[in-house]
Every structure is written in C-alpha cells, then in structure tokens.
Design a protein around this ligand. Structure first.
Ligand code: ADP
Length: 266
C-alpha cells in the first residue's frame, strides 16, 4: 500500500535473550512506578543491561524518578534513541511521544496500541538483558495490547496489604493470565512502618500480598509467591522525588534491601 513496513518487536522474536517483565497493579498509588525504577537500578547494579518502558498513561512518573524528568529522546534516521539515565539504565516514556510536554493526550485504544508498539520496535534498545514495563493500573487497553504484542512478558503484580488493593490486583493478574502471560510473583508494598521505638505499625492492614498470591496460585494452577514485602519509608518517596531511587540513595535501608532481594529473585 506504499506505507512503511512495520518493524518487528525484537523482544517478541523466538530466541530473544531479553527477559521482559511487566509491572502491574490493580489501582494507582500502590508504588508500581517506584518498584519498577528500583528494580531497574537493582538489576543494573548486578551488571545487567536494563531498559524501562513507562507505559503508564495516567502517571508517566518514571523519567522523573530516574532523574531525567525533562529529557526528550533523540532521533537517528527513523530510530528513536532511549534516554540514558545517570544510573545507566535506558528509558522511554509514553509522555515523551507527545509533541509537547504539557499537552494533554486522551490516549485511546488504537493510539495506545501504536504508542506501545512504537516504544518497543521503533526505539533502538540495543542488546538488553532485561526490559521492565511500567503498566497503567487496572485491566485496560495497554494490558490487552501488551498481551497481544508480548505474550512472553512475565508479570509482577504490585499490591498493598489492603483488602481493596488486593482485590483489584487479583483482577490485573487474572487479566495477564488471560493474555497468556505468566505471573511470576507478587510484591507487597507499604507493608508496615517501623516506628522510632523499633515497633512496627501496619498502616494499611495486613494480608494483601498473601491473599493475591494464594488466589492467583489457585486460579492458575501454578505457584505464585510473594517475592517481597517493602516497608513504608519516607526516604523511598524522597528518593523518587529527587530522581535518585532508594536502592542508590540509601542501599542499606530495609526498603532498599528488600527491593534488591526481589531483583535477585527475578
Ligand atoms: P503507582 O505507580 O502505583 O501509582 P508510585 O510509585 O507513583 O505509585 O507511588 C505513589 C506515591 O507513594 C509516590 O509518591 C511514592 O514515592 C510513594 N511511595 C511508594 N512506595 C512507598 C513506600 N514503600 N514508602 C513510602 N512512600 C512510598
């Protein structure tokens, strides 16, 4: 038809050596993006070449958390170069595909699908060991598109201990399974707060991570386990706000240690 032939998605080719993890949650605000950027840096510390795709249409907070808030990707011929971050991971965000930063785009099904394919196939990723995708919360169009284009992606489900978060997280996990993706595990975030006297407080209740893992295991017939429980920690938020994630800014803190151990388990 005279149109440009669509490039293939390298990560979907048989024999691709890149591990792909989609980070999913049922609702926003549970720490999905924070976990994504910290896992990316933790894996980079292991010597792996890591790329991050920020596909969260509601937030696109990943570039800021990685210290490249205002960066725009450059273009070489018809290839988009991902933005390098100070910590050595490469990132592309759906927000970077907008002509203007402050533009409001009502991303919808077909457009979202095109944007996702563009971030996977028109971006020059090089030979990555790991690609992490920060998905929008819920079971929307991006999750469906991703399942169609990258059925080999493995899914990590983020929840808080809270019942309401766990219930919607189960739905996000079930959606991934319907798209033939494997759920590799559950991360419970904001699990507890350690008080100055050393005691712990379960600010958001307890049991959410276990509940999601149990339900998904029963539903899928394979073992889905809790990969880790990350405590509430003001320096985790500060690290994200400052563009220096906690695994780098405070690597010996309990929250960072848990994130590093989750990266080891993946
Ligand atoms: P999501 O991607 O699920 O919407 P974010 O990663 O943007 O969530 O996190 C929402 C807010 O909560 C951010 O301000 C983040 O810094 C903060 N946050 C996330 N996890 C923790 C934690 N374990 N301790 C303290 N603050 C956290």
């Amino acid at each position: 038809s005279g149109g440009k032939a669509e490039r293939e998605i390298p990560f979907a080719q048989p024999g691709s050596l890149t591990k792909v993890y989609a980070i999913a949650s049922g609702k926003g605000g549970v720490g999905k993006s924070s976990v994504t950027v910290n896992l990316a840096l933790a894996m980079a510390k292991q010597g792996l070449k890591v790329g991050v795709v920020d596909a969260d249409i509601y937030g696109h907070s990943v570039p800021a958390m990685l210290g490249v808030a205002d960066a725009r990707p450059t273009q070489v011929d018809d290839l988009i170069m991902p933005v390098p971050t100070p910590s050595g991971v490469s990132v592309i965000s759906i927000g970077m595909l907008k002509p203007r930063r402050d533009q409001v785009v009502a991303w919808r099904g077909p457009m979202l699908d095109r944007a996702l394919v563009q971030m996977l196939s028109d971006v020059y990723w090089g030979d990555l060991d790991v690609l992490l995708l920060d998905l929008p919360p819920g079971t929307g169009d991006v999750a469906i598109s991703l399942g169609q284009h990258l059925p080999n992606a493995e899914v990590v489900v983020i929840t808080t201990p809270q019942e309401a978060a766990a219930e919607v997280a189960e739905r996000a996990g079930t959606m991934a399974s319907m798209m033939h993706q494997r759920v590799v595990g559950v991360v419970e975030n904001m699990s507890f707060l350690t008080l100055p006297d050393g005691s712990t407080m379960e600010v958001f209740g307890s049991g959410g991570g276990d509940r999601v893992a149990r339900t998904l295991s029963e539903r899928f017939g394979y073992d889905v386990s809790v990969l880790g429980r990350i405590p509430l920690d003001p320096s985790l938020r500060e690290g994200g706000d400052a563009g220096k994630p906690i695994v780098e800014s405070d690597p010996t803190s309990p929250a960072a240690r848990e994130l590093l151990s989750i990266a080891d388990a993946l």
